[in-house]
Design a protein around this ligand. Structure first.
Ligand SMILES: Cc1cc2nc3c(=O)[nH]c(=O)nc-3n(C[C@H](O)[C@H](O)[C@H](O)COP(=O)(O)OP(=O)(O)OC[C@H]3O[C@@H](n4cnc5c(N)ncnc54)[C@H](O)[C@@H]3O)c2cc1C
Length: 535
């Protein structure tokens, strides 16, 4: 039996993007509980660059951009191309603008800043070359005080003990700031190491959650509503095998936070929720590091990717979700293996750009010792190393070098879009401090600087696999973030946001900041709905 302390107005399950919704609830005086399965706050959101795709929001106007929600609506509608998602898109666009206005009233959120990240589909009407992505300001550990240690570390720290330094940037800044603001309201409670197991339903309405907290079963009740913002199911091998197109090692190759095993999705299904898009994910190419696992890679500046036939198959600099999905699609449909794909560079590229690879650091010995990077003196040796037909590889390299000399990639048009030319903004690793200090654009004497020739042996080859930054299928929601049944009616008292919900973007990724934008916006919309009902 729950005690009186265990009754709240709002329960938010998961402390990633949903934490912003929790702040919005608590700042309205609603008694709000956040339960978080792990011992840290932030989920995948903390790993991220924390871009929010919010067209027409105040930071866009402050940047002097004539940013129109109308154009963004057209763009979103046309890229997603699915009428059934348009009401969600409309709600998202309006919520983003309103939410940023509201957040910026609080000193913890002053002030978001627009940085140019081009929309990912430049040919679609309404697309913007400067994009609509805004970022939270960095925050120092000193400013955050004791809250700082609760924020999930960024991926490099978790994987390699990378020094985080005294400043939180990207997603860690958003989470740190939100946590401080949430707790300062005086109406917010946080329970770490507390995992949702199931939902409590009475008379057809969700009235609480059953959870395991520090090994004990507990019940928390919510009079207003339960918001499921517990990420996707990217870390759940069984669910991936059931639904996803990269079942083999997808749950290891994902960048999703460790707690994201689809618990909220399953809890929602158990109370009768409808689902959608369960085969979809926010894909990204992953460059395999010496520890054998991939890391989000985008912004390839040199070299080529080839499949098992020794052929190029994509514009290597294409926006990450499109490149990642193309690997998955071709692997499944072309009859040629694309997993893994091989990224080939030459000595000049290695000297110039550290093979355009992570962090722009010099290549360390462990890359070779582990076999993550292999060296070949000739194309013959290279073809043998990666087991591709030599004739085909030679032809691919010759063709590519022809394009490099004219500056026009006739096959895949690399370097022709604003994204291709500006991908250095997210080159390497978005959660690192260089986000706000992007590397300068590549400069060299070639007609197209992103298309340098591949003609200076020895050659080097690294491995690219499809990774993701979360699954994006989940519980079906309406424009108030209410979870829907298969008949289209809402399950009273139950809401979902972020990667727990089926994405308003369908299978596409329109621009930087759509995933967290969705998590934040739909948890906010849920709070507005709950607050309306309470008044
Ligand atoms: C390197 C990198 C950079 C990225 N950059 C961006 C970017 O700039 N902009 C952008 O929009 N997206 C970006 N993404 C993608 C984005 O971070 C995620 O898709 C998004 O953060 C998911 O948000 P969420 O709120 O759905 O889930 P999460 O942020 O993952 O939060 C879910 C939380 O729920 C918790 N949880 C899970 N199960 C339970 C349970 N049973 N009970 C209680 N808690 C539970 C988890 O432990 C986790 O803390 C990036 C991702 C990566 C890896």
């Amino acid at each position: 039996m729950a005690s009186i302390e265990d009754v709240y107005d709002v329960i938010v399950v998961g402390s990633g993007g949903g934490l912003v919704g929790a702040y919005a609830a608590a700042s309205r005086g609603l008694r709000t509980l956040v339960i978080e399965k792990t011992d840290r706050v932030g989920g995948t959101t903390a790993y991220s660059g924390s871009g929010l795709w919010y067209p027409g929001s105040a930071p866009m106007r402050r940047a002097g951009l004539d940013d129109s929600i109308e154009d963004a609506r057209t763009y979103l509608r046309d890229t997603v191309d699915d009428e059934s998602r348009e009401p969600l898109q409309e709600a998202y666009l309006r919520a983003g603008v309103r939410l940023i206005d509201e957040l910026e009233q609080n000193p913890w959120f002053q002030s978001f800043e627009h940085l140019p990240v081009p929309d990912y589909y430049p040919a679609v009407a309404g697309s913007s070359p400067t994009g609509h992505t805004i970022f939270p300001p960095k925050v120092s550990v000193a400013e955050l005080g004791e809250h700082a240690r609760l924020v999930r570390a960024c991926l490099p720290t978790q994987r390699w003990g990378h020094d985080e330094g005294p400043v939180l940037s990207g997603g860690r800044a958003l989470i740190g700031r939100t946590l401080a603001a949430f707790l300062e309201t005086g109406h917010g409670s946080l329970r770490l190491d507390t995992a949702l197991e199931s939902l409590v339903v009475e008379d057809g309405r969700v009235v609480g959650v059953e959870a395991v907290s520090d090994g004990e079963r507990v019940t928390f009740r919510a009079t207003g509503g339960v918001i499921l913002a517990a990420g996707g199911f990217e870390r759940n091998r069984e669910l991936r095998e059931k639904y996803q197109p990269v079942p083999e090692r997808g749950s290891e190759w994902t960048h999703g936070a460790p707690g994201n095993t689809g618990d909220a999705l399953q809890a929602g299904i158990a109370v009768g929720a409808a689902t959608d898009l369960l085969d979809a994910a926010w894909f990204t190419p992953g460059l395999v590091w010496p520890d054998g696992l991939p890391l989000f890679h985008t912004g390839t500046r040199g070299g080529i990717w080839v499949n098992a036939a020794g052929e190029r198959f994509v514009n290597e600099t294409r926006p990450y979700d499109q490149a990642g999905r193309e690997i998955v699609r071709l692997h499944a449909t072309s009859g040629v293996s694309h997993i893994p794909a091989h990224w080939i560079v030459d000595q000049r590229q290695l000297d110039r750009d550290s093979f355009g690879g992570p962090y722009d650091e010099p290549v360390r010995p462990e890359w070779f010792e582990s076999g993550a990077l292999k060296k070949a003196d000739t194309l013959e040796e290279l073809a043998q190393l990666i087991d591709v037909p030599l004739d085909a590889l030679r032809k691919t390299v010759e063709e590519y070098n022809g394009y490099a000399h004219t500056g026009v990639d006739e096959q895949f048009h690399r370097g022709e879009t604003p994204w291709d030319q500006m991908a250095q903004y997210v080159l390497g690793f978005p959660a690192l401090p260089q986000l706000n200090h992007p590397a300068p654009p590549p400069t060299n004497d070639w007609p197209n600087p992103i298309l340098p020739p591949l003609d200076t042996p020895p050659y080097y080859v690294a491995t690219i696999v499809p990774a993701d930054i979360g699954t994006k299928g989940g519980l079906k929601i309406d424009e108030h973030a209410r979870v829907l049944r298969p008949d289209g009616g809402p399950i009273e008292g139950l809401y979902a946001a972020g990667n727990t919900a089926a994405a308003m973007t369908g299978r596409v990724y329109p621009g930087a900041g759509a995933p967290i934008g969705s998590s934040v916006a739909f948890s906010y919309l849920a709070v507005l709905d709950i607050a309306d009902a309470e008044n």
